[in-house]
Design a protein around this ligand. Sequence first.
Ligand code: AMP
Ligand code: MN
Length: 331
Amino acid sequence: MIELPHQIAAKLRKSRNTLIACHVAPDGDCLGSALALRLALTRLKVRAQVGSSDGVPEPFLELPGAGDVLTTPPATPADVAVAIECSTPDRAGAFAQALLDAGTVINIDHHVSNAGYGHIVYWDTTAAAVGEQVMKVIQALRVSIDRDLAQCLLTAVVTDTGSFRYPNTGARTLRLAAELVEAGASVPEIVERVYETRSAGALRLQGMALAALRQSPDGRIAWTTVTAEMLAASGAVAEETTGLVGILRQIRGVQVALLFEVTPQGVRVGIRSRDGARSNVIAEAFGGGGHQGAAGFTGAGQLDHVIATTLAEAEKELRQAAHTPAPRRRR
Ligand code: AMP
Ligand code: MN
């Protein structure tokens, strides 16, 4: 059997019109990978566009090609569409239908909860970032990794490993990062933009949300809420809640951290866990997904109801985690 990255490369080389779709609320892994793949295809004169329903968040605006990202699907259906870490097609938001309408659908993902749709499914849960998989596709395309490509791919790796702090940071990931740094990419440049630059409003919002944090009686679950009123009072925008739920997980003894954000689409729940508790299992109970250590979903119904049902599911997962030996914690 031809290896998946080579199969994908062969399809892409022949594509006349390629759509690379990101998931809603795209992160550095998704955007960095999508932009890297587009750059590589452009080098080969293969027409490719990146689609991101929610655009490009501020920290990634400087990445090469970020200015050309589409927020609504093009009129003509794509010959080949590549879904970047979309566990189901609808994770692509406004691009969901465009994915399904394409002649060939390529599904590339490293989340545990991928539905396995598409003509070619390149699913590798051992990859620390989907950027690792995309790098293999680019290598199969025989495009050399220059500084621009390296910066996109390193953004993917740095953001999905929490700048090399999460348990998905293995020797393989560090070697790959070293290769990208040798090609001209810069870790401090990415860290500066993603982790060290925030608006005053984002910090005020963080303060408000942390001041309102709650814990279960045994201290194993911590949660807080972000409402539209809090956004307005702090001056922050919705995408600036990134990182908040990870802070809740820092509390000694916390195994599951939850952030409930009231949005016009419903209550968005961000989940982070450790010590054997599986975020993805909690998210999957409500139709969402993710990794063992980080997952999410959008809940239906009122905030109080979403909080109560999620807490019950987290308690259930903690009872199960207590009976299973703690596996190595992944992201
Ligand atoms: P977030 O809390 O948005 O940072 O998401 C944490 C992880 O869970 C990321 O890897 C997301 O891609 C994934 N995730 C979040 N929401 C969903 C969802 N509704 N379905 C599948 N995966 C999700
Ligand atoms: Mn990822």
